[in-house]
Design a protein around this ligand. Structure first.
Ligand code: GLN
Length: 191
């Protein structure tokens, strides 16, 4: 199994470390042709406007859309925004997941926080009884989940922070910053 991590901008190195910990072959992705031999792709956190602009500059927008029609893609934070259909702003999006997001919904960098999440829906992951300590950094909220997309994880107040649509996964938070590999394992089960 070979998993790529989009390496245009943002927290891609941390995802590569997590994947290697799980014994997976990895690749840093910057060019369309590098998608050819991948089984799945992670779009990391960072700045969705910057990453979207670079996707346009590197001619990656269409190839990524095509890749996502047949393969697993996981977007964390800015990556989740890029997977969405609507982020209420003019910015390049892949539009692969039938979700709408609100960017920076929890406030500014200083309002970043951690929360213990109920992850009992990640059935295939190793052990879902322990809560998942999630890191939110200027994170988006998944405002609505439509069509074939479903809610995977919510905060205790009901706000949606993880959604899935077939092999596509979106999380508002950063599992690559915690050392807890359960979300990465779950993604590999989708691949
Ligand atoms: N605030 C960023 C955005 O809107 C996302 C932040 C992150 O990926 N940690 O794109």
């Amino acid at each position: 199994m070979k998993i790529g991590v989009l390496a245009l901008q943002g927290a891609f190195a941390e995802h590569l470390v997590m994947l290697r910990k799980l014994g997976v072959e990895t690749a840093e992705i910057r060019l369309p042709k590098q998608l050819d031999d991948l089984d799945g792709l992670i779009i990391p956190g960072g700045e969705s406007t910057t990453m979207g602009k670079l996707m346009v500059d590197f001619d990656l927008l269409e190839p990524l859309r095509e890749f996502g029609l047949a393969h697993a893609i996981w977007g964390t934070c800015a990556g989740a925004i890029l997977l969405s259909k609507d982020a209420h702003r003019e910015q390049p999006l892949l539009g692969l997941m039938d979700i709408t997001v609100e960017r920076n919904a929890f406030g500014r960098q200083l309002d970043s926080f951690q929360a213990a999440l109920d992850v009992s829906k990640l059935e295939q992951a190793a052990d879902t009884r322990e809560p998942f300590h999630a890191v939110f950094i200027r994170a988006p909220i998944i405002e609505s989940v439509n069509g074939d997309a479903k809610v995977l994880v919510s905060l205790p107040d009901g706000r949606i922070v993880a959604a899935q649509q077939g092999k596509l996964l979106a999380t508002s938070f950063h599992p690559e910053l915690t050392g807890d590999t359960r979300f990465h394992e779950y993604f590999l089960s989708l691949v």
